[in-house]
Design a protein around this ligand. Structure first.
Ligand code: GDP
Length: 171
């Protein structure tokens, strides 16, 4: 018998270098990897969570370098019930590209996919995108929003688990 009642597939999208692999690693292993090594990019992870007494398996896919081509395939989105749309608060360009990522997601994903906007690297002093700008973009597009740090772990649990709760409520 399976050790969970529900299986939710998540995908993580956003520009290269915003911290997608690190968010995945922090959530599944509670670890942070400082060096940037594309070749050991995490591609896939999973973790069990419990919500309202129900055991949920979160199966998480990371783009692992495909974002260089800016065209994540339809197959990647197939069956995804949750998406983390990530930018880097210290890199303006990654915020400016969000609209494109969102268009992509809306074209390829199932209509009820829950999307949370993540402003990652909140531990960094030098920011190029304010919290208010992130919150505004999220509000305009009907997304949930959190700033996280894959380095300190701040809000990483919340990002994945709040999304799971939302998916659960939509069932
Ligand atoms: P990806 O290409 O989006 O998967 O990005 P990575 O997860 O490989 O991270 C890119 C770089 O940013 C790496 O050098 C990480 O160590 C660093 N990084 C990722 N998340 C954070 C964070 O929350 N804070 C800080 N300070 N650095 C981070």
């Amino acid at each position: 018998m399976a050790d969970y009642n529900y299986l939710f597939k998540y995908i993580i999208v956003g520009d290269a270098g915003v911290g997608k692999s690190c968010l995945l690693l922090q959530f599944t292993d509670k670890r942070f990897r400082a060096e940037h090594d594309m070749t050991i990019g995490v591609e896939f992870g999973h973790r069990l969570a419990e919500l309202d007494g129900q055991k949920i398996k979160l199966q998480i896919w990371d783009t692992a370098g495909q974002e260089a081509f800016r065209s994540i395939t339809r197959a990647y989105y197939r069956g995804a019930t949750g998406a983390l749309l990530v930018y880097d608060i210290s890199r303006r360009a990654s915020f400016d590209h969000l609209a494109q990522w969102l268009t992509d997601a809306r074209q390829n994903a199932q209509p009820n996919m829950v999307i949370i906007l993540i402003g990652n690297k909140s531990d960094l002093e030098r920011r190029e995108v304010t919290y208010e700008e992130g919150a505004w973009f999220a509000r305009q597009n009907g997304l949930f929003f959190l700033e996280t740090s894959a380095k300190t772990g701040q809000n990483v649990e919340a990002a994945f688990l709040d999304t799971a709760r939302q998916i659960f409520e939509n069932l």
